[in-house]
Design a binder for this molecule. Structure first.
Ligand SMILES: [Zn+2]
Length: 159
């Protein structure tokens, strides 16, 4: 699976790539030189909206894509370019906050996250996903509908 590194302007794109399971480096504080170094060292595709950075990447023969347009158009372009289906399967996702791997906890194991979520949430859902790195907990709550709606929008832009 393609691994990415995205520039500091593309946080939303990084989120969608992580949720679709792609190992994606993103930090709002990362410098251009570091982006280029990491892309070379870890053989990552650089995604950027900065024409100058894109030019520098090409000079170093880094696989880079220059993104134009609004956020939705950028997300759709990347999904189209790399054949990423606009569909989120949480067991295949990475943590949207830190890029960590998620562990699925079914009802037999959900006790592990009892102290990490509100009691109501804990009682209401049977399946949770726990980030192995930052301990963020995911579940298919209200935000899940927004996620699916957004993926529908990207699907429409792609067709
Ligand atoms: Zn995390």
């Amino acid at each position: 699976m393609t691994q990415f590194i995205v520039d500091a302007m593309l946080g939303k794109l990084a989120l969608w790539l992580r949720l679709t399971g792609h190992n994606t480096i993103y930090s709002p504080e990362i410098h251009d030189n570091d982006l280029l170094d990491i892309a070379v060292r870890e053989n990552r595709v650089l995604l950027t909206s900065d024409a100058e950075l894109h030019e520098r990447a090409q000079q170093k023969e880094i696989n880079a894509l220059l993104l134009r347009g609004n956020v939705d158009e950028r997300v759709a372009r990347v999904f189209g370019e790399f054949n990423i289906p606009p569909r989120i399967i949480p067991s295949n996702s990475r943590c949207s906050k830190c890029n960590g791997l998620l562990e699925e906890l079914d009802e037999t194991k959900k006790e592990e996250i009892k102290d990490l979520v509100h009691e109501q949430t804990y009682n209401h859902y049977d399946r949770f996903w726990l980030c192995e790195d930052c301990q963020s907990v995911y579940f298919q709550g209200g935000q899940w509908e927004n996620i699916n709606e957004y993926m529908d929008r990207i699907r429409r832009l792609l067709s």
